[in-house]
Each structure stands twice: as C-alpha cells, then as structure tokens.
Write a protein that binds this ligand. Structure first.
Ligand code: FAD
Length: 465
C-alpha cells in the first residue's frame, strides 16, 4: 500500500520554520514555507547574523587597540588612530545577511520545498492563505518569531530612537549611545558600540548588568564595561525617551535625565502571534501572547505545531531550529526525543564572551541541585597570558559522588567555542574524570577546561568548594 505524501505548511521562514521544512522534505513530505521577509527570518536578516557580524568588527577593533601592549605598532605615526567607516560597516553587515538568506533559500528549494514569499494567515487549523493562494496541509507549523518591544513613552523612529533592527541604517556611528535594558541584547550592543568608539551609557533597571545570568560572569562583564569607560547606571528604570534637539533624552523613573545622541531600546521581544488567524485555528496563547506548546512542539490542536520565538520557550536560534525539527519528526512518525532545555548551550557575545550550559550557579545556590563547583581564572592560563587576556574564567559543576558534568560557564574570548566540551559532556553523560583525562593542546585556552575538570577531581567527592 502506498500512502499519500503528507502535506506540511510552515508559516514563517526563520530557523524554526526553514529547518522544519528541510526535515519534512527529507522525510518525503510535500513541504511549503510561507514567509513575508526572506528565508532565514529575523534571525538572519535583522537579529542574530547582523549583530554577530557587527561584533566581529568591534572585537577586531578591541584587539587592534591592544596592539601596542603586544609589541606592535599600527602605523608609521606616533599616535595611530583607528576609526569606523559606518556606511562600509553597515553595508557589509547587510550584504552578509542577504547572502546568508539567499544561501538558505537555495538550499531549501534544492530540497524541493515550495516557498511562497507573502504574508500568510491561518483560516482554519489546516489551511493557510497567502497572497490569494490557499495552502491545505495535514501538518501546520507556526514559526512567526517575535518583534522588539518599545516603551509606552519611547517610540522608535528609526533615526534617533532605535530598536536593534534599525541600527544598520545609520549613516554614522552614534556619538553618545544610551542603551536601555541590560539583558543579553543590551549588553551585546553596549559592548560592541563602546568598542567601536561610541560613548555608551547602559541603563539597567536591576542592580547589575545581565541580571539573569551567572553572577560571577556578569560581574566580570560589568567591570570590563566600566574599565573601558562605559557609564553603567544600575537600579535605573527608564520611563520615557524623547527626541531633544539633535539627540535624545532618556527620563528615568526617579526623575534623572540621561542625554545622548541616540537611544537603543532593548526591553524584550513580543511574540508575532496577532492577526495570523490563531483564534480561527483554535490555538491557545499564554497570558503574554506566546503560543503554548509541549516538549515535542505540539499546540493543543491536533496536527498544529509551533516553534521558535513565537512560543517563548528560549529565544535562541538553536532552540527554534530544534523545536522545528522535533515537530516534524513527531508529526511524520519518526522516533523523537522531547526537547531538553537543560542541555542548551548559549553565549552572550559581549567582549569577553559568556557561554554557559547546564545547571546554573543560582540553582546550585538555592539547593535545587547538589553540585561540586570549581572556578579557574583564565589569567593563569599560559595562552591567555600570551594574548594579554586578563578577564575570564572556566567554571564547572559536577555531581558529587559520580562526578558527572552538570553544567559550566566560560567567560573569555571565543567562549562560544570553548563551551563545546562541556556541552558534549552533558549530552553524553561524561564525568569530570573523563574530561580530565582528555588531551588538550598546550598552550590553549581549552587547557583551562581540562584543568578545571582535574581540579574538581582533586576534592573529596562530597566537598562543595
Ligand atoms: C539582536 C538579537 C541578536 C540575537 N543573537 C542571537 C544569537 O547570537 N544566537 C542565537 O541563538 N539567537 C540569537 N537571537 C535570537 C534569534 O534571532 C531568535 O531566537 C530566532 O530568530 C528565532 O527564530 P524563529 O524562526 O522563531 O523566528 P524569526 O527568525 O523571527 O523568523 C520568523 C519569520 O516569520 C516571518 N513571519 C512572521 N509572521 C508571518 C506571517 N504572518 N506570514 C509570513 N511570514 C511571517 C517573518 O517575516 C520572519 O521571516 C538574537 C536575537 C536578537 C533580537
């Protein structure tokens, strides 16, 4: 008996959507993506890819700034100056994003996925309408993403008051950038623009920057920010942002005023779940407007799945992509492992970077997870010394008794790469003993990962360091 090809329709072509469509096509389904902005979604066109491209330039700027301390001279003059060519920088960022989107579009079409470049909406649980075309499907995946929030009294104008998606149209580097919000996005842009030469003020409503991250890591970053001349305003809630003359004025809840040439709002993301027919389809939203899903990406409606930022699960491209793939494996009858959020590795691309995976220091401190912990400063690592790297550490959490790796935090250059051995250890149930017996290159920053593992082993199994 030959079964008919299942029809899959995906609303939204970001990582949640296109990765799902690729799996569907590979499993023999007839897959269609409906997307209004371009494949790769906001991830590729406006958010993740452009911001990390900007950060490549800002990190290079910082490295070049350290040249003299490494015995190098930048130019023939006594006081060589580096400057930013903002139009060239932004043009490179946008061209790279477009090229990446184009590559994804080619890959997706090459796998036989149909793409409808239009805004779509559900007219029922198994029907999407887009630009006059009606797509009927056995399986529907909603992956419409999220958009930056603004303040009630701080409306982005694309010129001086900006969301993170409007930065790459600026003709010049902001002279004085006020970043409102000190979460991951705020910290990344504050770090990047300070390095590029803007005078940055970071307005944080909480006591410290990155309030939801590892406290030791956040303290390192805050110290670095201040040392590099950033004005970090803790316990300062922004109430309003207005244009004033050629610049902006940010008014804080306690009445203080912070002037600047530009203001960047990084106050969270709102799910793109309105006006797309979710009520017609019977899909439930939570109180904040995110689509409710289980660990295999099912909504409450049979055959309707959701993935990515519109679910609010963990707003990361890697999680969106995995939710999308899991949805398709589940819908198309493959064996599937429900998503395990404790295994997700993530990085904050400040300079230095903060990468983490597994259990957090906060969970250990609250007594939720018994763990041994060791924290090794990078400053003692020979390779770090050679590179003039002072800031950063490797932290490992291990289960008392068995020594199984439970989590880790790396702060340092390329922490996003250095976290991988700890991610593998968690995924594969490896112990610190197994990491400690693994060869690392001498000299290397990853040598600190194996050394931290050896140090955890040196302590009695039930000692909490
Ligand atoms: C500044 C910034 C930096 C980030 N950096 C990182 C990072 O370094 N690493 C990381 O893992 N994550 C990062 N993220 C998060 C990451 O970008 C998101 O988690 C990811 O984009 C989510 O993918 P998605 O598929 O859910 O949605 P999106 O990438 O937002 O894509 C959704 C797509 O759906 C389309 N769409 C929406 N509604 C409709 C409709 N009705 N009809 C047709 N099309 C529609 C949109 O046009 C868009 O193309 C960053 C986010 C921001 C804001």
């Amino acid at each position: 008996m030959t079964l008919p090809r299942p029809r899959v329709a995906v609303l939204g072509g970001g990582p949640g959507g296109y990765e799902a469509a690729l799996v569907a096509a590979q499993l023999g389904a007839d897959a269609t993506i409906i997307d209004e902005d371009g494949l790769g979604g906001a991830c590729v066109l406006t958010d993740c890819v452009p911001s990390k491209t900007l950060i490549e330039s800002s990190t290079t700027m910082t490295s070049l700034g350290r040249a003299a301390s490494l015995g190098l001279e930048l130019a023939n003059g006594q006081n060589p100056e580096l400057s930013v060519d903002a139009p060239a920088l932004n043009a490179r960022i946008k061209a790279l994003a477009m090229a990446q989107s184009h590559d994804i579009a080619e890959h997706v079409s090459g796998e036989g996925v149909r793409v409808i470049p239009a805004r779509g909406r559900l007219t029922g649980p198994h029907t999407i309408e887009a630009a006059g075309t009606v797509v009927n499907a056995d399986v529907v995946l909603i992956a419409t993403g999220a958009t930056p929030r603004a303040l009630p009294e701080g409306v982005p104008d694309g010129e001086r008051i900006l969301t993170c998606r409007q930065l790459y149209d600026l003709a010049d580097l902001p002279d004085e950038l006020v970043v409102v919000g000190s979460g991951v996005t705020g910290a990344e842009f504050a770090s990047a623009y300070q390095a590029l030469g803007s005078q940055v003020t970071l307005v944080s409503s909480r006591e410290r920057v990155l309030p939801h991250e590892d406290k030791d890591a956040a303290m390192v970053i805050e110290d670095v920010f201040k040392r590099r001349g950033m004005n970090v305003l803790g316990r300062s809630r922004a109430q309003a942002v207005h244009r004033k003359g050629d610049g902006v004025l940010v008014t804080l809840a306690d009445g203080r005023e912070v002037p600047g040439s530009h203001c960047l709002l990084t106050v969270g993301m709102a799910p793109s779940t309105t006006g797309i027919g979710l009520d017609q389809a019977g899909v439930n939203l939570d109180a904040r407007g995110f689509i409710e899903v289980d660990r295999v990406s099912r909504t409450a409606v049979p055959g309707v799945y959701a993935a990515g930022d519109c679910t609010g699960v963990l707003m990361l491209a890697s999680v969106a992509a995995m939710q999308g793939r899991i949805a398709m494996w589940h819908a198309l009858g493959e064996a599937v492992q429900p998503i395990r959020l404790t295994h997700v590795a993530s990085t904050i691309f400040t300079d230095p970077e903060i990468a983490s995976v597994g259990v957090s220091q906060a969970a250990v401190d609250r007594g939720e997870v018994p763990a041994r912990m060791v924290k090794l400063p990078l400053a003692t690592n020979p390779r770090a010394k050679m590179g003039g790297i002072r800031d950063g550490f490797v932290k490992i959490f291990a289960r008392p008794g068995t020594g199984l790796v439970l989590g880790g935090v790396v702060v340092g250059p390329h922490a996003s790469e250095l976290i991988l051995p700890l991610s593998i250890a968690i995924e594969q149930n490896l112990s610190v003993d197994q990491i400690a017996h693994t060869f690392s290159v001498y000299p290397s920053l990853s040598g600190s990962v194996t050394e931290a593992a050896r140090t955890v082993m040196e302590f009695a199994p039930d000692t909490i360091i």
